[in-house]
Ligand binder design. Sequence first.
Ligand code: 5GP
Length: 114
Amino acid sequence: MAEDTIFDKILKKEIPCDTVYEDEAVLAFKDINPQAPVHIVAIPKKKVSGFDAISDLPADFTGRYMNGIRAAARQAGLTNGYRVVFNMGKDGQQTVDYLHAHILGGRELGWPPG
Ligand code: 5GP
């Protein structure tokens, strides 16, 4: 059994977070080290390790997770647009092995990313 990640612990309420949005499929909370004026992390309430494992989630659940990400962006007031990022693996700079979307906004973002 893999050890709990920081996001497992947040979901179990063993570690506090600043919740932005929550429903039966998603918990979205403020990133502790924001990279934009608005930086939210949105995790599914079923665990997989990262984007490569997304097909291990039931398809209907994945759809509800995606809708939850959109709802979190709306809740944060990102009416002018935003970016959704899934970092995957070493080259993708993933540091927490629990699938999560970054929602970034609150300013015009640069492209391409670094
Ligand atoms: P990754 O690099 O894996 O794509 O993203 C992990 C994100 O989780 C980082 O942006 C990091 O700042 C954030 N993070 C790490 N630990 C915590 C924590 O304890 N609380 C919150 N709210 N965010 C965290």
